[in-house]
Design a protein around this ligand. Structure first.
Ligand code: NDP
Length: 308
């Protein structure tokens, strides 16, 4: 039995090498060199081309190498086998760094100071301590929860918005659509770490922006399709929102004619929130395979109906 690898960032050879190092007996086939299709039992996928997993009669498990699985679930030919994600259930340190970086940047008005420097203007904006700043994290999955806890540890007042209530360990929990407005109303800096699902597509829109306090900042680390771009630009232009940092876009690379590039209140980051490290992820892939083969429950099993 073999594993089919559709590589993601880092390159095919690095992923193949990491998987073989973690599982020396594994027969790894790198897409599109599938070989005999009936041999494939497991697929470890980055961003697989549509239909890449079709016609694999003995496929039993798909392991996603990326946290976001929206593109995978959109594949009309996706085989009906369990899908597991492979990230660390305790979160991702690079995503923590990214969340902290951008929260601090907005917390201490760096975009305003950079613009003032261009104008050679000596301005002083009111300085708040972290404990006086309310940060809201949308989505407390493995990455979102770790980022929220780290922001809490850095001293911020942190709330999270989720579907189902749970203990927050210092993070104030708002759950369900009913409490979204209350969550937004208390959040001066919003970090989006939701998965892209039919329910969350376009969730950052004119209505949600209006529910934020005046002067709020948005940091989008989730997916580009979470934001209604025209509504974001309108909310920034009206002055209601102060700034936005976007790491993800519906079309990547961001097209040259996008108005986001030159908007004075928007920071464009070219989807660089983190780097996947094949040598770190490969042992997780091995553990998932072993767990699956032993018939034990998978910790990061995707619920297709829910979309994450
Ligand atoms: P998940 O993708 O597993 O997201 C799950 C969280 O979102 C849960 O807390 C869930 O609530 C909440 N959620 C889902 N739907 C809703 C809804 N309709 N209303 C309220 N809450 C909802 O979490 P991760 O932390 O692992 O990843 C977050 C996302 O970050 C990924 O999906 C990916 O798109 C993105 N990402 C971006 C990267 C980048 O480079 N910019 C890198 C890595 C990830 P509940 O707990 O109640 O089920």
């Amino acid at each position: 039995m073999a594993l089919l690898l559709t590589p993601t960032s880092g390159g095919a050879e690095a992923w193949r090498h990491a998987l073989i190092t973690a599982m020396p007996d594994l027969d790894v086939r790198v897409w599109p060199d599938v070989g005999k299709r009936a041999d494939i039992e497991i697929a470890a996928v980055g961003a697989p081309p549509a239909s890449a997993l079709r016609d694999l009669p003995n496929l039993r498990l798909i392991i996603s190498l990326t946290a976001g699985i929206d593109a995978l679930l959109r594949d009309p030919d996706l085989p009906d086998v369990p899908i597991s994600r492979s990230g660390d259930p305790a979160g991702d340190t690079m995503m923590n760094e990214t969340a902290l970086l951008h929260v601090l940047r907005h917390h201490r008005f760096m975009p305003d100071y950079q613009a003032a420097q261009q104008r050679r203007e000596w301005i002083k904006l009111p300085i708040k301590a972290a404990h006086e700043r309310r940060v809201g994290v949308m989505g407390l999955g493995p990455i979102g929860m770790a980022a929220a806890k780290m922001l809490f540890a850095a001293g911020f007042q942190v709330a999270g918005w989720v579907r189902n209530p749970r203990p927050g360990d210092g993070v104030e929990i708002f759950s369900g659509a009913r409490y979204l407005a209350a969550f937004l109303a208390r959040s001066e800096i919003v970090v989006n770490l939701l998965p892209l699902t039919p329910e969350t597509r376009g969730i950052l829109n004119a209505q949600t922006f209006a529910a934020l306090p005046a002067g709020a900042a948005i940091i989008n680390l989730g997916r580009g399709e979470h934001i209604v771009e025209a509504d974001l630009i309108a909310a920034l232009d009206s002055g209601h929102l102060a700034a936005a940092t976007l790491d993800v876009f519906p079309v990547e690379p961001l097209p040259g004619d996008s108005p986001l590039w030159r908007h004075p209140k928007i920071t464009v980051m070219p989807h660089v929130a983190r780097r996947l490290v094949p040598m770190e992820l490969a042992p997780r892939v091995r553990d998932i395979i072993e767990t699956f083969r032993a018939g034990r429950p998978l910790a990061l099993l995707v619920d297709r109906k829910r979309g994450y």
